[in-house]
Design a protein around this ligand. Structure first.
Ligand SMILES: [Zn+2]
Length: 136
């Protein structure tokens, strides 16, 4: 299990295998079709980049068995799964980043022009006591 805060990126990789199909000629020899015919198969991989002292990339396969058809439900399913994982990781990563940025934002106490209290403005720049907007 990888802490999401260590995820620095991810991408989907589709590996395509091409296998030429053969037929037999009159002498029984295995020969290419003319034009050549191929059979394709696919593997989907998710590559997750991780900022960790032990490894920097995790690669895992999305499909169980080999997908033999570009237009099959299995192909679409693997593609969707990859997209969902990517979206989830991207969202989490952005959430983590904005939390870090929020934590880094300087907290400076100011004197509220409305109630005169010494206050640290909240996220929307308002006085924490009277709720009045503090400019600057
Ligand atoms: Zn105030």
């Amino acid at each position: 299990v990888i802490p999401f805060s260590q995820v620095t990126g991810c991408s989907m990789d589709v590996e395509e295998f091409r296998n030429e199909l053969h037929t037999t000629d009159r002498e029984g020899n295995s020969v290419s079709y003319n034009p050549p015919r191929y059979e394709y198969s696919y593997n989907f991989y998710m590559k997750v980049n991780v900022n960790s002292p032990w490894f920097d990339e995790i690669k895992f396969k999305l499909n169980g068995g080999m997908i033999s058809d570009r237009y099959s439900a299995d192909y679409r399913e693997a593609e969707n799964e990859g997209r969902e994982i990517k979206e989830a990781l991207t969202e989490v990563r952005e959430g983590v980043r904005s939390n870090i940025e929020a934590a880094k934002a300087p907290k400076i106490a100011v004197t509220c022009p409305h109630c005169g209290a010494t206050t640290i403005p909240d996220a929307s720049g308002c006085c924490e006591f009277c709720g009045g907007a503090i400019s600057g």
